[in-house]
Ligand binder design. Structure first.
Ligand code: CAA
Length: 277
């Protein structure tokens, strides 16, 4: 692939959008390659994914403005659908996806981060939906996911004013969970860049998720995502089904068995190696 790279670290897959010259902007080719990359993830050996952008400056600076500039109405709608199809694939992907936002997350960049389960960022990150300044609406789910994530009032303010926000404000309004800065030693030398610290934190979080019972984690993702779309009665019924589906799995027996064993004898094995079965 030209613009999307995949790396496997134990049970964690790292997907990097690598079109640094254009600040990792999403053109049709990048969207196609992203879709193919997600389709190719081996769910037997991968339990969590990290999505990031190449370089230190930008996660994704939006959909490709050059490509969009000459689209007809019908082509605009089709381009929106192309992005939405890929982002829906990410959102409903069976295993969790962590967005490690290493810089600009504007327009389609903010939108792709919102299709991920969890967002963390470096302190140079900047989030925004600048589309109305370009004469369009957000087109890859921004009008929908931003309102669901941070509330309609704040989402409307961000979208109508096209104002970009910095990492600390994104954290304050709940758009990202954590912000990482560079590490500097006593002499003032940078010993780890913000991106390095961000990726280390993303990997630590992803490995922590990968160590949990995989069927249970997948069912939690499904329950939260599907439950948010329906009323509370239907939502708890969705949870009941997914909760029930965990029973009689090897991992449920191993997880609960381990707890019960520990109660009898605290020296007994504490780490369960879940089998995804
Ligand atoms: N599309 C295409 N190319 C882009 C791009 C984008 N969204 N964002 C940046 N680039 C390109 C620039 O054209 C430039 O290319 P050249 O070197 O060939 O000229 C290169 O990336 C570097 O960009 P800048 O020189 O502009 O870098 P900067 O540091 O001065 O500014 C920036 C960085 C503030 C992010 C600025 O590039 C910018 O404002 N980019 C556009 C951001 C934007 O409006 N995104 C929303 C797009 S619309 C959208 O996403 C619709 C949707 O919902 C689907």
């Amino acid at each position: 692939m030209e613009f999307v790279k995949y790396e496997q670290k134990d049970m964690v897959g790292i997907i990097t959008i690598d079109r640094e010259k254009a600040l990792n902007a999403l053109n049709s080719q990048v969207l196609d390659e992203l879709g193919e990359t997600f389709d190719a993830v081996d769910l037997n050996t991968t339990r969590c994914l990290i999505l990031t952008g190449a370089g230190e400056k930008s996660f994704v600076a939006g959909a490709d403005i050059g490509e969009m500039s000459t689209l007809t109405k019908a082509e605009g709608t089709a381009f929106g659908k192309k992005g939405n199809d890929v982002f829906l694939k990410i959102e409903s992907f069976p295993i969790p996806v962590i967005a490690a936002v290493n810089g600009f997350a504007l327009g389609g960049g903010c939108e792709i981060s919102m299709s991920c389960d969890i967002r963390i960022c470096s302190d140079n990150a900047m989030f925004g939906q600048p589309e109305v300044g370009l004469g369009i609406t957000p087109g890859f789910g921004g009008t929908q996911r931003l309102a669901r994530l941070i509330g309609a009032g704040m989402a409307k303010q961000m979208i109508y004013t096209a104002r970009n926000i910095k990492a600390d404000e994104a954290k304050r309004i709940g758009l990202v969970n954590e912000v990482y800065s560079a590490t500097v030693d006593e002499a003032g030398n940078v010993t780890a860049t913000a991106k390095e610290n961000l990726m280390a934190a993303a990997l630590k979080m992803a490995s922590g998720i990968a160590a949990q019972a995989p069927i249970a984690v997948r069912n939690c993702k499904k329950a939260i995502n599907e439950g948010l779309q329906v009323d509370i009665e239907k939502a708890v019924a969705i949870e009941e089904d997914l909760f029930g589906a965990c029973f009689e799995t090897e991992d449920q027996r191993a997880g609960m068995g381990n707890f019960l064993k520990k109660k009898d004898d605290p020296t007994k094995v504490k780490v369960v190696e879940f089998k995804n079965a």
